[in-house]
Design a protein around this ligand. Sequence first.
Ligand code: DX5
Ligand code: ZN
Length: 216
Amino acid sequence: MKNIIAPSILAADFANLQLAVEMINASEADWIHIDIMDGAFVPNISFGIPVCEAIGRHAKKPMDVHLMIERPENYVAQFKKAGASYISVHIEACPHLHRNIQQIKDLDCKAGVAVNPHTSISQLEDIIADIDLVCLMSVNPGFGGQKFIENVYSKIEKLKEMILRRNSKALIEIDGGVNQGNAKKLLDMGADVLVAGNFVFSSANPMDTIKSLKNL
Ligand code: DX5
Ligand code: ZN
């Protein structure tokens, strides 16, 4: 399967979101990554459901919604309504993760689980067969433009082994600090989806940058 590229709208100019979405529409990107931060689970607030809905009105590519929030069960139906195709919740925020995943699937969304850099892959053992996506954080969630944490490489290998052994269909997504210097290695090690925020939006030509990630 060809790698999936998901530019993160968090790094776009929020005063020109429509332009950013249209750029992604016209590019070789596969998904649009939407980072939702609540100022509680993570020490930052990004934007919420109305902005996600506004992005969805222009998006021609699936919206991959990454919920960095507490109590996601109170909001997932609204994100589905706002146009989400994938919804990921954080394992660290979900004491009843299995229930959260079922709720997302019952909404006819693809269900993902995001894991912080310190969280062991072994914690996914009993949920991996039920999910469509694992979002491996390669930075501590909360901010774009952070330095890539190399420990994620060994997590990809462990996760790939678990996915095969458990006969799971989950895709492996890498989120945080992805750039030209690590993207190829991540894909070679088994990553399926690369999220890229600053690397895309801070570049001189975001469409060309997306193309370069897509054609590694
Ligand atoms: C971090 C977010 C990421 C972020 C990635 O909390 O989950 O999706 O937008 O941005 P970059 O690629 O700039 O690290
Ligand atoms: Zn994200």
